[in-house]
Design a protein around this ligand. Structure first.
Ligand code: PLP
Length: 314
């Protein structure tokens, strides 16, 4: 069986495991794990930033990234189904004291006129200040939708003019790059802080990074330890990440092609599938699932299946 619930339900293959077994390690809390350092340098360079910091999860990378640019009592703007708003269990409020306001777009896109409207400059002791705008590329709960680079650049220009930061939740920025051919450094240049995940389509067992300036990453290192995310001989995981960067990025194109095939088989218009996620709704869902479990063919619905962009699916 091929488990298609999520791009997280992967298992490291033999070659990745061999790379992990061979990894040179040290105590990363002392900054002495050479494999972690190599991974951090590689990802920082890839995104055109000064530095990066390895974290156990993408959620921790996002909490660190947003917390670095939004002080307690300030706010971050994001799309209403953003992972930071929906899937991080309120960490940005509970841990960082950050508030959020959201805009909604059926495909998780940047809606600049609405963002300009929501944006609250620093007005002293009267209103919550918008310190950052967060975007997610690709957008998980909007079905892996890609955000166009021109929209990201326009947002960056607006934020820069307002002295606000841009956070990119780039858990799947790899997929956006493969789908569009936009170089990673262009995505990096459109944000002040970026989070990326190695444990989604890239197939590493764990590991994410937060990326930004050297000064912000030095502060992130302190905060990571405070959150309990300082790990020791974690080069064994960083080695899996380096292996994934070497061998698994190009293969995301296969995932995207497979996702379009799956979409067609499920009655979803493949043109609505940007990357590796197919989210859809069928009125006959129970029978459809039962037939799929039996491996039976199932007739295409008489009407195209409704895309589940508006649903909050994992
Ligand atoms: C998976 C994911 C994360 C991080 O999740 P973890 O499970 O904490 O690693 C962040 N953002 C998006 C968009 C994701 O899909």
């Amino acid at each position: 069986m091929i488990d298609l619930r999520s791009d997280t339900v992967t298992r490291p293959g033999e070659s990745m495991r061999a790379a992990m077994a061979r990894a040179e390690v040290g105590d990363d809390v002392y900054g002495e794990d050479p494999t972690v350092r190599r991974l951090e340098e590689r990802v920082a360079e890839l995104l055109g930033h000064e530095a990066a910091l390895f974290t156990p999860t993408g959620s921790m990378a996002n909490v660190l990234a947003v917390g670095l640019v939004v002080a307690p009592g300030q706010e971050v703007l994001c799309e209403s189904r953003a992972h930071i708003a929906r899937a991080e269990l309120g960490a940005h409020g509970a841990v960082s004291g950050v508030t959020m306001r959201t805009w909604s777009h059926p495909r998780g896109q940047i809606d600049l006129p609405v963002i300009e409207d929501l944006f609250a400059p620093d007005l002293g002791p009267f209103f919550v200040r918008t310190a950052a705008i967060s975007v997610e590329n690709t957008h998980n709960f909007a079905g892996g939708a890609v955000l166009p680079i021109a929209d990201l650049q326009a947002l960056r220009a607006f934020a820069y003019a307002q002295d606000a930061a841009v956070h990119l939740d780039g858990a799947r920025v790899w997929n956006a790059h493969v789908a569009t051919g936009v170089p990673f450094e262009e995505y990096g240049a459109a944000a002040d802080v970026v989070g990326v995940c190695l444990s989604k389509g890239l197939g590493a067992p764990a590991g994410s990074l937060v990326v930004g300036s050297a000064a912000l990453m030095a502060e992130a290192r302190v905060r990571r330890k405070r959150l309990g995310g300082g790990m020791r001989q974690v080069g064994v995981l960083a080695a899996a990440g380096l292996y994934a960067l070497d061998h698994h990025i190009e293969r995301l194109a296969d995932d995207h092609a497979h996702a379009r095939l799956l979409a067609a088989a499920c009655g979803v218009d493949p043109a609505t599938v940007d990357t590796n996620i197919v989210a859809f709704d069928r009125p006959d869902a129970a029978a459809f699932v039962a037939a799929a479990r039996e491996g039976a063919c199932w007739p295409a619905p008489s009407e195209p299946a409704r895309c589940a962009w508006s649903r909050t699916l994992m």
